[in-house]
Design a protein around this ligand. Sequence first.
Ligand code: UDP
Length: 385
Amino acid sequence: MEQHKILFVDHTAVMGGAELSLLDLATAYSQTSKVLLFKDGPLRDRLEKAEVKVSIAQASETMLNLRTSGGLNSLTTVPELWNIAGHMTQEAKGYDLILANSQKAFVTAAIATLRGSPPVLWYLHDILTAKHFSRINRMVAVFLANRFAAKVLVNSQATGKAFVAAGGKEELLEVVYNGFESQKFDIVAIQDIETIRSQLGIGNAPLIGLFSRLSYWKGQHILLDAIKELPQVHVILVGEALFGEQEYVFKLKTLAAMPELAGRVHWLGFRDDIPALMKACDIVAHTSTEPEPFGRVIVEGQLAQKPVIATAAGGALELIEDGINGYLFPPGDAIALRRLIQKLISDRSLAETIAQQGYINAKTNFSLETILVSFTQAIAQCQQS
Ligand code: UDP
């Protein structure tokens, strides 16, 4: 079947979950498609290594940092928005569709439709709630989606529900989960796992991994609280503060330096060897205090054949069947998390069973191959409509 020609657009080139998802889609469509970024950064290198064509629109910092809640200040960026939308329309000439992978990219793409661009799809990776987005921000995004989007792809039912609750039209929605290549996890060599553990210098101590940017709502502090009274347990925190939030990092470091935790929290920063690091762990934890739109790390933990403990909210509820292929605990409840950690480290055979069920779930429902089929179907419907 002939592939669609897609102009993928994202405002950031920082490697967040949405950008990793974009990397997979754009790589699959590299023969026919192209990526337009509003800023240069690590995503560009990753795309180019995968032989994806990339161009940069070079937006100003004012526009990139724009919050729609910024009142009259926002108006100063209108001429620039209009220009970038024009640039996008030029870049999209000869393409079938624009796929906007972030909210700022979508707002600009919606304007591009006024300048004669091809149809625009929004791939929404965020839960549009008051916690993360101001009322005006949600209103503008949802109004533009209802008016200009040919379709809104959402990375989970939870994301779709929040879109509808914010006033979005349900008939625009199509769930397209994130997809993963299990092979990346299956090929990790035992030596690599041993090297990681020996570099940590933790012997055979139980190791829990938390793989996420350092941010209050990602809940690293919940995990540190949970292990305070589990003196044999070590933790790796993998990820860095991608969007500022140095104050939270400082608080976390202060917490980790407490005598109960000293020497047991290992800071690994942002890493590209997630499969090997997950395989070196006994448990993968996901501790977001707010509903996670999807939760890539949950599926990745399952593919690494580790028991995953995740917050019972948002997309996680679509990825884990509690007590069958992972465990769920109430958001922010460090005591419940501690009990689950205890249970898994004291019963290796239970941990193994949960891990194997998780692996089956991830491979069956979230393989990149399966997800690419649902993506292709979603965009095909959009062209027919
Ligand atoms: N990740 C990574 N290196 C790190 C930390 C995280 O590559 O040091 C990846 C992680 O494996 C996952 C993604 O970043 O694929 C985070 O996605 P998730 O959906 O968990 O959260 P988001 O960043 O989208 O809020």
